[in-house]
Ligand binder design. Structure first.
Ligand SMILES: Cc1ncc(COP(=O)(O)O)c(C=O)c1O
Length: 429
């Protein structure tokens, strides 16, 4: 709530001001040159940095236990910049397979066209990941809690495997949020988020962020990371590790990635996301409680075939949920309705309060069918690798009163079992 903002020196505004400006004035030609030379701190142009965004960056960096952060226009941009900052044509990186759909597509298809190979591990076991690392590997990537499979990564073990081979671990911590898990404390080097989800929390603004843990010894592995340890031709030969020390990685994301490709977060969006961040711990507490009640309700219901929720002692991820999340599981859960794909469709059509849409982490309860939406571009085997079956329904349990949530699920489950329930598409508008 307070981190990263000591008040506005000019106006004494208590709330973080929205600096909705593209550029910032220089005192003189020399001042402008010094700013561009990175000799003095200050603002230049919002594509490089903005004071409203800077508050958000400092606050999330503090929450994650990192040294500095860069906010960007969307979570996908954060994932892209985070990886692109360390790879070059001819290199590869190793990733777990259970990933958010657009991340999977970026890795499997887009990076490949640029000569960068994403190697998908057969499992999230550290040995499976380590076995794919070779001299050309530049990083290891995973989601702390996978979307939508809800799988939990053994971050300490995966970080150890990455470090043994001299490469950093990048973790997407969107689903867990720093309230449930702080990957840097468990050995991760870089954390990315879609701010669009729990951190913003109100479903009104896209945003992403890259947090630099500041611990990876780039200089020890200088041959692998020339972009950080040797003069950078695209920014008048600055040597990032010399100029920025522990924040070398994120400084390059900003001055090479964002400056030249422009996926900038609008200051107004930064403000709205900051509003969400102020209540994040309270909201997450309620999300966790509501999800626990929903999972128990579904597990005991004869209309439900299976429920995937790491809070159950029978879940393969339960030990990791206990060890890394303190037993507090995120409110993203998947389940299958008896009656397969058709019953799933009837269930979605019958939902009243739950919103049918492809977001998660909103204060409102949301439901989606990954196989026909977020993961639609994936092939059958890719779907299974991502932990999605045709009947899978994903819930993002909101913070409404639990009675309202359970009532809606109950009536939609009843409708799902009726063969004569009309499709919503067939109903008059
Ligand atoms: C785990 C995860 N990472 C990244 C993203 C991408 O975020 P955005 O939609 O903000 O681009 C998402 C979006 O759903 C996500 O679930």
């Amino acid at each position: 709530m307070h981190g990263g903002y000591d008040g506005d020196p000019t106006t004494r505004a208590c709330a973080v001001p929205i600096y909705q400006t593209v550029a910032f004035e220089f005192d003189s030609a020399d001042h402008g040159a010094a700013l561009f030379n990175l000799e003095v701190p200050g603002n230049i142009y919002t594509r490089i940095g903005n004071p409203t965004n800077a508050v958000l960056e400092r606050r999330v960096a503090q929450l994650e236990g990192g040294v500095e952060a860069l906010s960007v226009s969307a979570g996908t941009a954060a994932v892209h910049y985070a990886v692109a900052n360390l790879v070059e044509a001819g290199t590869n990186f190793v990733t777990t397979s259970q990933l958010y759909g657009a991340t999977y597509t970026l890795f499997a298809h887009l990076f490949r066209t640029q000569g960068v190979e994403a190697r998908f591990a057969a499992s999230a076991e550290p040995e499976a990941i380590a076995s794919l690392i070779d001299a050309k590997t530049r990083l290891v990537y995973c989601e702390s809690v996978g979307n939508p499979a809800g799988n939990i990564a053994d971050i300490p073990a995966i970080a150890a495997a990455a470090h043994q081979h001299g490469v950093p671990l990048i973790v997407d911590n969107t689903v867990a949020t720093p309230i449930l898990l702080r990957p840097i404390e468990h050995g991760a080097d870089i954390v990315v988020h879609s701010l669009t989800k729990f951190i913003g929390g109100h479903g009104n603004s896209l945003g992403g962020i890259i947090v630099d843990g500041g611990n990876f010894p780039w200089d020890l592995h200088a041959d692998k990371f020339p972009m950080l340890t040797r003069p950078e031709p695209s920014y008048h030969d600055v040597v990032y590790t010399q100029q920025f020390g522990r924040a070398a990685y994120v400084a390059r994301c900003r001055t090479v990635g964002q400056r030249n490709t422009g996926a900038t977060l609008a200051p107004l969006s930064a403000f709205l996301i900051l509003q969400g961040l102020e209540t994040l711990p309270l909201r997450v507490e309620r999300h966790v409680e509501n999800a626990r009640a929903v999972a128990a309700f579904l597990r005991d219901d004869p209309r439900v075939a299976w429920v995937n929720y790491a809070g159950f002692a029978t879940s393969p991820f339960h030990p990791l949920a206990e060890r890394l999340l303190g037993g507090r599981c995120p409110s993203l859960l998947t389940f299958g309705i008896r009656g397969g794909f058709e019953a799933g469709r009837r269930f979605l059509d019958a939902l009243g309060m739950f919103k049918r849409l492809v977001n998660m982490g909103d204060v409102r309860s949301l439901a989606t069918h990954p196989a026909s939406t977020t993961h639609r571009q994936l092939t059958g085997p890719e779907l299974l690798a991502a932990g999605v079956t045709p009947e899978t329904v994903r819930l993002s349990v909101g913070i409404e009163h639990i009675d309202d949530i359970l009532d809606d699920l109950d009536q939609a489950l009843t409708a799902s079992q009726r063969d004569d329930a009309p499709s919503r598409a067939a109903l008059p508008a």
